[in-house]
Design a binder for this molecule. Structure first.
Ligand SMILES: [Zn+2]
Length: 65
């Protein structure tokens, strides 16, 4: 049983790192990602919103070229 506990805590730490990227830093709600593609400039805008706080947390821009 103790071994299982150790395994679970390691897994939780790994999940905590993933949660940091995809969940709201304020309330922990999973973020809603939206991708807007501008075909004229071939750029993708990625917005991450928290549906609970209703704030925009991240905006990233990618280029397809
Ligand atoms: Zn939030």
């Amino acid at each position: 049983m103790d071994r299982n506990k150790e395994y679970l805590s390691e897994k939780k730490e790994h999940e905590a790192f993933l949660i940091d990227q995809n969940h709201c830093c304020l309330c922990g709600t999973r973020l809603s990602f939206k991708h807007l593609v501008d075909f004229e400039t071939l750029k993708i805008q990625e917005d991450a919103d928290c549906p609970k706080c209703q704030i925009r947390l991240k905006t990233k821009n990618y280029s397809l070229q």
